[in-house]
Design a binder for this molecule. Structure first.
Ligand SMILES: Nc1ncnc2c1ncn2[C@@H]1O[C@H](COP(=O)(O)OP(=O)(O)OP(=O)(O)O)[C@@H](O)[C@H]1O
Ligand SMILES: [Mg+2]
Length: 234
């Protein structure tokens, strides 16, 4: 199977000097759902921000065979849909509808297709009734859904989801898991929700100190109690 993502020896230091990625290497196969787990500060969010070039570190990164370079950046941004950890970073328009439409209009699609895609995305995350609401007046779980809808509407090849179930109520979480399970895209999910990794992911990668320290089938990786304890996951 060909690789959707190929990352080799990625290093990143924030402008204030904080080292966040230190030699991260990982491959994600096309169609796979990979759970990225690791303690607070491991570098999960920093890594996801590299996947569509929002942050640029040192090392090699390929998306669907395309090296991430300035020249390929636009194309790669169409391939990777990134859902931020904090929905506030994703939602900035006056209404939820406008937020979901924003990216679709940027793809150059017309009004009718845009409306259709927005309605489909809102329906997929079960917030069709919230389209006219102001994002900043929604609950966290509702904002999480709206943020996912903005990316679903773009029909990307790869979804990079940062803590998608954080802050959702139990029924909302179950709905979200069903929704994610039904999405055909390659998925990379950063999370502390080990139950989600067990039920949804074909592989799990454990990250700590800015690098991947173990990769394997979720049932194996997540039953290695010593390993989990060593990395603050149990
Ligand atoms: N904007 C920033 N400026 C400086 N350092 C940062 C910034 N954002 C994150 N860091 C640092 O980079 C490292 C990795 O943080 P990151 O947010 O990627 O971790 P994480 O694995 O996503 O954690 P969490 O599980 O808490 O979401 C941490 O040491 C963090 O303090
Ligand atoms: Mg994070």
């Amino acid at each position: 199977m060909s690789a959707a993502l190929r990352v080799d020896n990625l290093h990143y230091r924030y402008p204030d000097g904080q080292v966040a990625l230190s030699g991260l290497s990982l491959e994600v196969a096309e169609g796979e759902t990979l759970g990225l787990v690791g303690p607070n500060g491991a570098g999960k969010s920093t890594f996801l921000l590299h996947l569509n070039g929002l942050l640029r570190g040192q090392g090699a990164l390929e998306v669907c065979g395309l090296p991430l370079t300035g020249k390929n950046l636009q194309q790669i941004r169409r391939l990777v849909g990134l859902v931020f950890e904090d929905p506030q970073d994703q939602l900035f328009m006056p209404t939820v509808f406008d937020d979901v439409a924003f990216g679709v209009l940027n793809l150059g699609l017309g009004a009718a297709e845009t409306r259709e895609r927005v309605e489909r995305a809102l329906e997929a995350v079960r917030i069709s009734d919230l389209g006219e609401r102001a994002p900043h007046r929604l609950s966290l779980g509702q904002r999480k859904r709206a943020a996912l809808a903005t990316v679903l509407a773009l029909d990307c090849e790869i979804l990079a989801l940062d803590d998608p179930t954080g802050g959702l109520d139990p029924a909302g979480r179950e709905e979200f898991l069903r929704l994610l399970a039904g999405l055909p895209q390659t998925k990379l999910i950063a999370t502390h929700d080990l139950g989600m990794v067990r039920s949804l992911c074909s592989r799990a990668a454990l990250m700590d100190g800015g690098r991947i320290v173990a990769v394997g089938p979720p049932e194996e990786l997540l039953s290695a109690l010593g390993l989990l304890k060593a990395h603050r996951l149990a």
